[in-house]
Design a protein around this ligand. Structure first.
Ligand SMILES: Cc1cc2nc3c(=O)[nH]c(=O)nc-3n(C[C@H](O)[C@H](O)[C@H](O)COP(=O)(O)OP(=O)(O)OC[C@H]3O[C@@H](n4cnc5c(N)ncnc54)[C@H](O)[C@@H]3O)c2cc1C
Length: 319
């Protein structure tokens, strides 16, 4: 089977899970054998398991108090056990911070190769081939793993989110032999923001150096994003200038995103930026330079000054 460990939060599958389903379906079409299987781990996860069944051919549900909190040791043990029992040939784990923490442990337990941070995946005979960025994303490397099974993490935003499967998958409860975690999360201070995370957002409003200043982000980018229920992105120039946090950087050395609509305000469209958002469904650009490279990839563009156009957009989006 092709095993995917589902990422979910607040009772809903994360977008990254649907991206992994796309990767798995591609491998299945390429000849990798077995059903696309989602492993859902957690406590009180019946709702997530039902949602998972709409995307996968089968869903394995590990619902236990011992899985109430994410823990690398426990997640690695559960994943390796299921991979072994189900003779998984491919184990796909999200390239989130936690995914990248436990995926190598799964590979060690199974004695398999590990392909980290894949931006694309192909079957090549008996081997699994992945592309990934290296050398600060200046180089795209192709790597190939041989072996009866391979563990892979996928870079968030690199695959289009999958649509539902033709027929819902079967659900099975699994009995897991879990180790003591050794670590307990004793406090959680959740940032109070109503703004959607970049990797989950259907709409992203990104500001570039053309926005002018950190203050102008508060005047233009944030209100427009809030009116549209969008995430806020930034270019590296903006992050380097200290106007926005690195977490918002989109591009080769930032996040890779694939929203339905990407609105770029005062962004030139450097190749390193485009590589992080070029797969967005619709790209809308506002830039005062008609020759800016962003217009070569934009579906809709306005040649003009953000100081004049964005207030009008904010007013229109308020209605
Ligand atoms: C190894 C490497 C990795 C990199 N990784 C990334 C990355 O992950 N993400 C990233 O974004 N960049 C990355 N870069 C940097 C990238 O090359 C560009 O320098 C950067 O994207 C430029 O950001 P910008 O578009 O905000 O600024 P600029 O290139 O300065 O463009 C500003 C744009 O705003 C327009 N403008 C100015 N004033 C206005 C106005 N009033 N109204 C409307 N438009 C206006 C200008 O016409 C211009 O097109 C990387 C570079 C390297 C070498």
């Amino acid at each position: 089977m092709i095993l995917i460990v589902a990422e979910h939060s607040n009772g809903k599958l994360a977008k990254s899970t649907l991206e992994m389903v796309t990767a798995a379906r591609g491998l299945q079409e390429g000849g990798r054998e077995g059903p696309v299987t989602l492993l859902v781990l957690g406590q009180n996860i019946a709702g997530v398991a039902n949602e998972a069944a709409t995307f996968a051919e089968q869903v394995l549900v590990g619902d236990s108090a011992a899985l109430a909190q994410y823990n690398a040791k426990v997640w690695a043990a559960a994943t390796a056990q299921i991979a072994q029992e189900g003779e998984a040939n491919t184990i796909i784990i999200g390239g989130s911070r936690s995914g990248r923490e436990y995926a190598p442990r799964v590979a060690v337990k199974l004695g398999t190769p590990y392909l980290e941070d894949a931006i694309s995946l192909q079957v090549s005979g008996e081997a699994l081939q992945a592309q990934r960025y290296t050398y600060l994303a200046r180089v795209t490397e192709t790597v190939e793993a041989q072996g009866a099974a391979v563990v892979v993490t996928t870079k968030p935003g690199s695959f289009a989110p999958a649509g539902p499967a033709a027929t819902p998958g079967e659900q099975y409860d699994v009995e897991l032999e879990l180790p003591d975690s050794g670590i307990t999360v004793t406090g959680k201070n959740v940032e109070k923001t109503s703004r959607v995370a970049l990797t989950e957002a259907d709409v992203i409003v990104t500001g570039g150096r053309g926005v002018g200043s950190a203050e102008n982000f508060g005047k233009y980018v944030e209100p427009l994003a809030d009116n549209l229920g969008a995430g806020v992105g930034a270019t590296r120039a903006v992050v380097d200038a200290g106007w926005r946090p690195y977490a918002e950087q989109v591009g080769q050395t930032g996040k890779t995103v694939q929203p339905k609509a990407y609105i770029a305000l005062g962004v030139s469209g450097a190749v390193q930026h485009l590589s992080g958002m070029g797969k967005s469904k619709y790209i809308i650009a506002i830039n005062k330079d008609a020759e800016a490279p962003i217009f070569k990839v934009a579906d809709y563009g306005i040649v003009g000054d953000v100081n004049e156009i964005v207030p009008a957009l904010i007013a229109a989006s308020q209605k």
